[in-house]
Ligand binder design. Structure first.
Ligand code: PMP
Ligand code: GLN
Length: 383
């Protein structure tokens, strides 16, 4: 992410989306759905605007949304969260991550993440002046080795940033891995920040929040976002829940990042969070069919495919097709065959980038005919 001059560069999402637009390619790079979420929610945002919800919201979020977030945590996970002291609304999960890292880590501290890691973690740990320590995820399941996990902890460990389900690999971490993280964090007095934006995008067992594990709640900040659950990525409404003291520290930083987040969208997200269970189950059912369609298409095109347990991303190995450098291929792919993807190596430091050199990530939150067409185009790579 850091260029040779040590400055942050353009993100891969910007770069690949512009290339896709330039070549009129099917954009399976940046992860955003090509269908909006519920029309009723869009209508609620419009109604809120027309009703005058157009000035700053309270910094912590509008009361109705904070209550809806707390009720959601209780309904799905049995978690008791006080909407007045233990919830803060953020400008997307991105701001939650930024505020949590800036609030909790600084020079001399170490922050642990898995590798590959979502790009904003690396950027924020760098901006906070902390050291970024990574634990590799291993193909084909992209699970960590528990011995390597333990070895990443030290007296300087301040924060562990978990992402479950995991972007970019689509891995879902189970009770054993998550409990080990909590034990190690407790032993080193570190805080766990867990990014669970894909909590409803899981294809097997129901999502297991870190905060629900024994001993976790008191040291865990949980982050989520309306962008993924409701397919409104442009609204940028996220939230952080956790103990009052930790949420308070996030709030202190948030004041100076954005102060508050889009008022009318908060009204609409509060409505969505109250939808019946079937709505939330339906998200995964619809996506699972898309996952299978693109997985099969990529296999037929000659890729080795690591079908994900969660998220809307598939990781595919280009070695089977005779390619080695997926970053180079990704930059040529829109022009070559009219499809854009993201090289997994951009979510890594140097060692991880070598390990993931041949991997590409494709987003499948797109209409089925488009996914089928993308797979057909990719099959031409070996023509
Ligand atoms: N975390 C992860 C793992 C993500 O994949 C994303 C978005 N793709 C975000 C955070 C950012 O979420 P938001 O758009 O709500 O800021
Ligand atoms: N999180 C989305 C992805 O992984 C993109 C978000 C962004 O553009 N920063 O593709």
């Amino acid at each position: 992410l850091l260029g040779a001059d040590g400055k942050l560069g353009l993100t891969i999402f910007e770069e690949m989306t512009s290339l896709a637009v330039k070549h009129g390619a099917i954009n399976l790079g940046q992860g955003f759905p090509d269908e909006d979420g519920p029309a009723e929610m869009a209508e609620a945002a419009r109604a809120a605007i027309l009703a005058g919800a157009n000035q700053y919201a309270p910094g912590q979020g509008i009361p109705r949304l904070r209550e809806a977030i707390a009720a959601h945590q209780k309904r799905f996970y049995g978690l008791e969260v006080d909407p007045w002291r233990e919830v803060i609304v953020t400008t997307g999960a991105t701001e939650g991550i930024a505020a949590a890292v800036l609030a909790l880590a600084g020079p001399g501290d170490e922050v642990i993440t898995f590798e590959p890691f979502y790009d904003s973690y690396g950027a924020m740990i760098g901006l906070a002046g902390a050291e970024h320590v990574t634990v590799p995820l291993h193909a084909p399941t992209f699970q960590p080795d528990l011995v390597e996990l333990e070895a990443a902890f030290s007296a300087k460990s301040r924060l562990v940033v978990v992402n479950n389900p995991h972007n970019p690999t689509g891995a879902v971490f189970g009770r054993e891995v998550l409990s080990r993280i909590v034990e190690l964090a407790a032993a080193h007095d570190a805080v766990v920040v867990t990014d669970e934006v894909y909590e409803h995008l899981v294809f097997g067992e129901p999502h297991l929040p870190v905060a629900s594990l024994p001993g976790a709640a008191e040291r865990t900040l949980t982050i989520s976002s309306a962008g993924k659950t409701f397919s409104f990525t442009g609204w940028k409404i996220g939230w952080v829940t956790g103990p009052e003291e930790l949420v308070g520290r996030v709030r202190t930083i948030k004041q100076f990042l954005t102060y508050s987040s889009g008022t009318p969208f908060q009204e609409a997200v509060a409505l969505g969070l109250g939808y019946p269970d079937e709505f939330f189950r339906g998200i995964a059912t619809t996506l699972k069919a898309k996952r299978d369609l693109l997985s099969d298409g990529l296999r037929a095109a000659g890729f080795e495919v690591f079908s994900p347990a969660g998220t809307y991303f598939i990781t595919a190995d280009t070695r089977a097709l005779g390619f080695d450098d997926a970053a180079d291929l990704a930059r040529r792919l829109p022009e070559l065959v009219g499809v854009a993807g993201i090289p997994v190596s951009v979510f890594c430091h140097a060692d991880g980038a070598r390990r993931t050199r041949s991997l590409l990530r494709f987003a499948f939150c797109k209409k089925e005919p488009l996914l089928a067409e993308a797979a057909n185009r990719l099959a031409r790579l070996t023509d």
